[in-house]
Design a protein around this ligand. Structure first.
Ligand SMILES: NC(=O)c1ccc[n+]([C@@H]2O[C@H](COP(=O)([O-])OP(=O)(O)OC[C@H]3O[C@@H](n4cnc5c(N)ncnc54)[C@H](O)[C@@H]3O)[C@@H](O)[C@H]2O)c1
Length: 350
């Protein structure tokens, strides 16, 4: 485990702990206190402040990278060069060329590679993508997503520094919803976007990144997309309890997904009376093969643990991970285009 901060402790370590016959062998964090906290929580004996020491070990098959965005590429490339399978946090890199380099290097080395688009693992999103693949949507017309959180003006650490994070709300939150759009509708053809910063100083420390982002997109299949994400939606609360909404409209049906409604969707038929709520069949309440009991724990937290299972299962069965580094790179291509569009005040072709 490389990076023992927030997301490592919340998602990755509990997810790994559920996977039978998987041993957490080593922890790495450049910060002494984080490393020590990780060691105390896990009892892992091998610890290091230097990732190069970890990725070169013979008793390690795979690494999870959960460090600030700017470090993903060098750590992933070092791990790949050492023949390790890699699960890396999103956004995969600082820009599309770097992400593509990572994906190609992993392919060439024949290692498994996965991007942590955790919200794909919400049971309702899994079921929705199954229904779309089955053809229930018909011809896709519109994709709409809205992520509204209330982060106010509090300090965000590395997340508020461009040279460490790359982008603000765009990479932090919208990246997951761009991935949803790819999953449900397909690749985008062109887009126009805007980014805005509201809080240039967060608790005495400068911030040089966006707090709000929106984009309008046209997909290759002719569908349209409207995506918005904000840290400044006062009163909406933080974290996963705040609004995370996706609506898709097609020639046959519409579907509405919200992360908070983890096992329900709303749907309505073209020409019908309006939306009804449907419950997800129980076989979709966890990822295929996952050892997790979907009735144990808070379902808004525990679906995240299936991500580690997907990584482990793909390694064991020598199959591509879903989502892969290529999915991570595709999202970076859209993010780069969004930044360029905002800077040039124009539409950008993808
Ligand atoms: N998939 C999701 O839902 C999700 C949610 C939160 C964060 N993330 C992503 O996870 C990553 C980490 O976010 P976080 O919230 O855990 O941040 P964090 O600041 O809580 O933790 C990052 C840790 O990495 C350590 N670190 C920094 N540079 C390092 C290096 N070179 N080598 C080893 N350790 C290093 C830091 O000391 C810190 O402990 C980011 O890329 C973020 O975008 C994803």
């Amino acid at each position: 485990m490389i990076g023992c901060g927030g997301i490592a402790l919340q998602n990755h370590l509990p997810g790994l702990a559920l996977c039978p016959d998987v041993q957490l062998t080593a922890l790495c964090d450049s910060d002494e206190a984080c490393l020590e906290r990780g060691r105390q929580k896990t009892g892992v004996r091998v610890i290091s402040k230097t990732y190069a020491e970890i990725v070169s070990r013979d008793d390690i098959d795979a690494v999870i990278i959960a460090t600030p965005n700017v470090t993903h590429r060098p750590i992933a490339l070092a791990a790949i060069a050492a023949g390790k399978h890699v699960l890396c946090e999103k956004p995969l890199a600082m820009n599309y060329p770097d992400a593509k380099e990572m994906a190609d290097a992993a392919d060439r080395a024949g290692v498994r590679h996965m991007t942590a688009f955790t919200y794909r693992f919400v049971p309702a999103m899994q079921y929705l993508s199954h229904l779309v693949r089955r053809g229930d949507l018909g011809q896709p017309y519109h994709y709409r997503s809205c992520r509204l959180q209330d982060w106010g003006s509090r300090q965000l650490g590395w997340r508020q520094v461009k040279k460490l994070a790359g982008t603000g709300e765009l990479g932090d939150m919208l990246s997951h919803r761009i991935d949803f759009a790819h999953l449900l509708i397909g690749p985008m053809r062109r887009l126009v976007a805007n980014l805005k910063q509201y809080v240039p100083v967060r608790q005495g420390l400068p911030s040089d990144l966006d707090d709000w982002v929106a984009l309008i997109a046209e997909f290759e299949n002719g569908g349209t997309g409207v995506l918005e994400s904000s840290k400044m939606a006062s009163g909406r609360n933080e974290s996963w309890r705040s609004l995370d909404y996706v609506e898709i409209n097609g020639s046959e049906r519409s579907f509405v997904f919200t992360t908070g409604d983890w096992n329900r969707l709303q749907t309505g038929k073209a020409g019908g009376p309006g939306l009804e709520t449907i419950t997800i069949p129980e076989e979709f309440w966890r990822w295929p093969g996952s050892p997790r009991d979907p009735k144990s724990g808070d379902p808004l937290v525990t679906f995240r643990y299936d991500q580690a299972w997907e990584f482990v299962d793909a390694i064991r069965n020598q199959r591509p991970c879903r989502p892969s580094f290529h999915d991570g790179a595709r999202v970076l291509a859209v993010m780069d285009a969004a930044v360029r569009s905002a800077e040039t005040r124009s539409w950008v072709e993808l």
